[in-house]
Design a protein around this ligand. Sequence first.
Ligand SMILES: Cc1ncc(COP(=O)(O)O)c(C=O)c1O
Length: 427
Amino acid sequence: MTSRRQMLKTAGLATFALPALGGGFSTSKNPSPPAEFKSWDEVRDQFMLDRNSIFFNPGTVGVMPRVVFEKTTEHLQYLATSVAQWAYKDDNKEQFISGYNNLLPIRTKVAQLINATADEIAMTDNVTNGMSYIANGLDLKEGDEVLTSNQEHSGGNSSWKLRAKRNGIVYREIEIGKPIRSADEVYNQVVSAFTPKTKVLMLSHMITGSGAILPMKEICAEARKKGILVILDGAQTIGQIKIDVKDIGCDAYLGCFHKWIGAPCGTGFMYLQKDLSPRVWTTVASGRWEDHRDEGFRFTQRGTGSFSLLKGLEAALDFHFNIGPEKVYNRIKFLGNRLRDGLRSNQQVKIFSPVDEAMCAGITVYKIDGWSGAAMQDEFWNREKMRPRSQGPEYGLRHCTHIFNSEKEIDKAIALVNKLSTENPKS
Ligand SMILES: Cc1ncc(COP(=O)(O)O)c(C=O)c1O
């Protein structure tokens, strides 16, 4: 078999030493529970999630730990009862509304999560919001090309399509595999699509409809040589796998916290590396729209928002750090791997997540022969009160695993898939 290095050399694409291409950093070994808990069952007790159902869809919206719910509602109550105490003297210290406060303590925690600095972080509502800031804020001229894949979420690619229609930039999609067979395969597909007109590469770091972790460090290195900006959609990665933006070498990274971090909905961030941020116009403008002293604050100032949600976000970040990010990522991967192993032993099941386990973490997309995603989703709920999410007629289910799940829940899901695969398919 041709080695990865050999393949890349043959393609004339790399002569450097390659670390684990596409590696999701986490291992498939079950981590011990965090020190303050006797078991992962005790970690589960930190969530209010109804015990009568099993949740497998944090890829859409996650589960708030109890402390997140409490901190959010505590603050809402404080607002409702005590707003008269607010003298409105220093919007950077007082925590009544967001949108005027520089939010440095929270931006510092977000920066720590992805190995950036606080001035490189702006708070947003979600990924769609952050991507729109970048797509609308970059000076691109007619004919400049934005390259992306055929498997992006509309929250990531729509703002670029809008720019194409409005300003005549070229929006082009690369076909990537489903499943992706190897990191080399997708690396070659992406870098061989670069042209002299390519100015921006926008990709999901983890593909929403397959859970594939793309080899972005290697792709970024190649893009950098060609002067192409790399913007990453991290909607599915934040809280699921380790992210180090400096190591990856991207120019921008967008994330949300309401999926894998378990924060309230409507919390996200935009990372812009220092050389790029001064070049990005803000789309939502308030008093600091051209104040470049704190670039993250320039974008964070965007009119009145909810501080209660940010209180919840801060609690969610603290919860994540207290459990231990590495333990979280490894537990997610361990459970995802257990599911994939179980599914692989059934010949009737087709898996759309990458063939290479190093490119996978907590998202598995699969289909039972002949069954539609909607029918599988219905049977999961009606028979066992389990909630993965349909991926439509072609791709079956997207099934996410998180630290509030257990081995027992995974095994129950595998048993149901095995049973369904012996029955008449429903579409
Ligand atoms: C890859 C990807 N990008 C963007 C989004 C949209 O995220 P948000 O709702 O935070 O804007 C999603 C949501 O599922 C996603 O999976």
